[in-house]
Write a protein that binds this ligand. Structure first.
Ligand SMILES: *[C@@H]1O[C@H](CO)[C@@H](O)[C@H](O)[C@H]1NC(C)=O
Ligand SMILES: *[C@@H]1O[C@H](CO)[C@@H](O)[C@H](O)[C@H]1NC(C)=O
Ligand SMILES: *[C@@H]1O[C@H](CO)[C@@H](O)[C@H](O)[C@H]1NC(C)=O
Ligand SMILES: *[C@@H]1O[C@H](CO)[C@@H](O)[C@H](O)[C@H]1NC(C)=O
Ligand SMILES: *[C@@H]1O[C@H](CO)[C@@H](O)[C@H](O)[C@H]1NC(C)=O
Length: 768
């Protein structure tokens, strides 16, 4: 987008030189074959379509032809965006951008893929009794944009489900090893989107991956079954995490939209999938993908597609990203998206290292076999390799003569953890201890290694190394302890979970919420083993993986339950209910911890807190939002009418006589960034409106608090009385931030309570 802006200057010159508008053609002139084509998404002001055109697709075609006879159209959009995706040279992109009815020409971006225990952990075992008509869940459809689906997974068994909801317009597309017969009353839709991918990467090799909705990766089957998988008894991964695996909304329907391929996920395909999902009639969209960090919402296809979805009453939940614990590391931060971070469960998979000197060190593993407990010779990878960085156990770097029959200590970093184990195994090693370095501290990731192996933290790793380097005949063994539940404290914010502040609009706190995202058991593909390595020929029905990719579908499934319980709630009302009832403290009163710091988590780490679905069913009050509110927010961002048109597909004019404040978006949290150089206190006024969704009458009292002397918070009025259901009441919050040095953060919270329900909002402020 930035590049195109610069190019507008160049364009002015082109016109001065007499190319003229509107009927110029440039193909053939200086458009040599060496000119690289790439995919652009062209957003068009559809309302300006001349009457001569019968259909917008014809008009888009003619727009494209007006600048190039060679450019090929990849997709034509209508629901999620107005416009099309096409293969263009840079010059053609500039020419298109100059047409008066073209509102934006955006380069395609590449996106990446960012249980048994979770239902009990979330208290969902109690929820069915609380849902007024549990059959209404049958009517809710969760669309999942991901790597596709493995339809044979028992998580998609449709036993006991009624007919497909009557309004459903989706389809079950056929392709490699997938036909309409693979869908059923649980998996009611399956589509794939590869035109954008193939335009850039070349044709899909169907001998290597399925050109169909079939999931050859596992990620999509895992996320879809987490959101809405059926209950499967006796699930586990090699006996780990045993129990009944079930999605959050076991009776909701699933529609899979495959947008990710072996080489990534492309925004033209993502937008096409969001469009189809909206047209098909999904109620919830689950998107566990993140892209390059964008600086504007109008340059981000997920934000654009999500706007159209939100407008149609579809709840869109996205992963916050796995780029934590650094600040400003979030993805998917638009205010019409629920941005989900990750927390741990109370479950662990301990596997101890015992050394020849009798000392024990804790680690974690999902290795599928047993160990005999015999001490074996133990070596450091850096001492048994013929390369520098041999400590990392990269492919072909270990000397089999020095490794055979021994346990090898490898350092974490660079190559995949499971690949290190595979390298040790190929060299004849008997086991592996994987040691964290300073980069990962003490955060441990259990893996389904191909040989007996365990992961240990940095402190343990250092102690083990000092034994290895000092003992003339070091030995070790690894003891696998299986699954342990009841780990405290839990949840804690995962170190990898991306953190605020929000780099696009610091006035909106993100992430919104955290949900379970660490060591989640859910359905898996039959195409690859649990490690995903080509050498892994094991096949499992369930796998245990971690990421905000896993926490996002938890919230998607919970949103489906709330939608079923309250069909009239908007997506913003559902998100508000999830946020204002989220918890920020343990039962013993201690505050939710952050594993990255070992200290209390802040709203920049966990947003409103950890999701609590049972409380979310009855939030008392909600902060609701309409599309009109989001348009006002875009005005507050000073977006031009073409930027607004790109996002919202309409000719919307901000009212010049109105002052739009970003602080007035009726969001269930409060945030701002203060200028540290002003040397003066700054005062911000927020206006908010609460809607009564609880008992007809109730009087709520406000209490605002802060842990920082740098903040003064006032709420007016501090009492709100409701006399009927659906009633709305407004209030203002005035926050004064003292002059503070740059990089200071300060937090607080606002609670409205009627003595029964507590409606809690986090407050987060940073000084830049
Ligand atoms: C967009 O709105 C403005 C102001 O209302 C109006 O002048 C203009 O003609 C509209 N454009 C289109 C294409 O509808
Ligand atoms: C096709 O799907 C079946 C499961 O129905 C699977 O067993 C088989 O390996 C798949 N074949 C290919 C070529 O992917
Ligand atoms: C093994 O590697 C460590 C760390 O690089 C080094 O300190 C030690 O001397 C090496 N030991 C042998 C026997 O080479
Ligand atoms: C290192 O050892 C591996 C395994 O024996 C061998 O394949 C590789 O060629 C060796 N590399 C060097 C640089 O000696
Ligand atoms: C929008 O423009 C107004 C007026 O120039 C300015 O005060 C405000 O800070 C701008 N807002 C943003 C988000 O840039």
């Amino acid at each position: 987008m930035e590049i195109l802006h610069l190019h507008r200057l160049f364009l002015v010159l082109v016109f001065v030189l007499g190319l003229g508008l509107p009927c110029f053609r440039v193909n053939g002139n200086g458009n040599g074959p060496q000119q690289q084509r790439r995919t652009y998404i062209v957003h068009v002001a559809k309302s300006q379509m001349p009457a001569a055109f019968q259909h917008h697709a014809h008009w888009y075609d003619s727009i494209l032809k007006s600048v190039s006879g060679l450019a090929h159209m990849v997709y034509s959009y209508d629901t999620a965006a107005h416009g099309f995706a096409a293969r263009l040279t840079a010059e053609e992109a500039i020419l298109l951008d100059a047409l008066p009815w073209v509102v934006a020409v955006l380069k395609e971006l590449r996106y990446k893929l960012s249980t048994t225990r979770t239902p009990e952990f979330l208290g969902l075992d109690k929820i069915s009794a609380l849902l007024p008509e549990s059959d209404s869940v049958n009517e809710v459809v969760v669309g999942v944009l991901d790597t596709g689906v493995w339809p044979e997974s028992k998580s998609f068994d449709d036993t006991g489900l009624g007919p497909v909801p009557s309004g459903w317009r989706g389809a079950c597309e056929s392709g490699t090893n997938f036909t309409a017969a693979n869908c059923n009353r649980k998996l009611i839709g399956a589509r794939f989107f590869s035109k954008g991918y193939e335009a850039t990467m070349g044709p899909i090799d169907v001998s290597k991956e399925s050109k169909s909705p079939r999931d050859d990766d596992g990620h999509g089957t895992h996320t879809a079954s987490t959101a809405a998988g059926s209950a499967v008894e006796g699930a586990s991964l090699f006996g780990y995490a045993p129990g009944t695996a079930r999605g959050m909304a076991t009776r909701a329907r699933v529609a899979a939209y495959k947008v990710c391929w072996s080489g990534g996920c492309f925004s033209s395909d993502i937008l096409a999938a969001m469009e189809k999902a909206v047209d098909d009639g999904v109620n919830v969209l689950s998107v566990s993908l993140d892209g390059e960090m964008e600086t504007h919402f109008y340059g981000d296809s997920v934000a654009i597609g999500a706007f159209a979805a939100a407008e149609k009453g579809i709840f869109v939940s996205c992963s916050a990203g796995n780029d934590g614990p650094s600040s400003y590391s979030l993805s998917n931060v638009a205010p019409w998206i629920a941005t989900v971070g990750a927390g741990t469960l109370d479950r662990d998979f301990p596997a101890y290292v015992t050394l020849g000197n009798g000392k024990n060190f804790p680690g974690v593993s999902l290795y599928g076999g047993n160990s005999k407990g015999t001490l074996l010779p133990f070596v450091y990878a850096g001492n048994v390799s013929n390369t520098t960085n041999g400590n990392l156990c990269r492919k072909g770097t270990l000397d089999p003569a020095k490794v055979k029959g021994k346990i090898v200590l490898c350092d974490r970093g660079k190559n995949a953890r499971v690949q290190k184990g595979s390298v040790v195994k190929l060299a004849g090693g008997a086991g592996m201890v994987l040691a964290n370095t300073a980069a990962d501290g003490d955060e441990l990731v259990p893996e389904a290694h191909l040989l007996p192996a365990t992961a240990v933290g940095k402190k343990s790793g250092d102690a083990i190394k000092s034994y290895l380097f000092s003992d003339p005949n070091p030995t070790a063994t690894i003891l696998f302890e299986g699954t342990k539940v009841g780990i405290q404290p839990s949840p804690v914010v995962a170190a990898f979970s991306s953190r605020g502040p929000n780099s696009i609009t610091p006035e909106i706190l993100k992430p919104d919420i955290i949900a379970p995202g660490v060591n989640i058991l859910a359905g898996w593909t039959g195409a690859v083993g649990p490690t995903g390595l080509p050498v892994d020929d094991r096949r499992v029905a369930f796998n245990i993986i971690s990421g905000t990719s896993m926490s996002c579908p938890h919230v998607s499934g919970l949103a489906a339950l709330l939608k079923a319980a309250h069909p009239d709630w908007s997506p913003a009302a559902i998100r508000s209910a999830l946020m204002t009832t989220a918890y920020v403290a343990y039962k013993n009163g201690g505050k939710l911890q952050d594993v990255a710091t070992g200290k209390d988590s802040t709203p920049f780490d966990r947003g409103a807190g950890h999701v609590d679905p049972v409380s979310a069913l009855n939030p008392g009050l909600v902060y609701d939002l309409t599309v009109e509110d989001y348009l006002g927010f875009l005005c507050g961002l000073n977006y031009t009418s073409s930027q607004i048109n790109t996002l919202a597909r309409r000719n919307y004019t901000c009212d010049p006589s109105k002052s739009y404040s970003l602080y007035d978006l009726n969001y269930p949290s409060f945030a701002a960034s203060f200028d540290s150089t002003s040397g003066r206190p700054t005062t911000i006024k927020y206006t908010r409106t609460l809607t009564n969704v609880g008992a007809a009458t109730g009087t709520y009292k406000a209490s605002a608090s802060s842990d920082s002397a740098a903040l003064k918070i006032a709420v007016v009025p501090d009492t709100l009385s409701f006399s009927k259901a659906g009633e709305k009441k407004s209030f203002t919050v005035t926050v004064t931030g003292s002059a503070m040095p740059a990089s200071t953060n300060a937090f607080g919270q606002l609670e409205w309570s009627d003595g029964k329900q507590t409606v809690r909002s986090p407050m987060a402020f940073s000084w830049f």
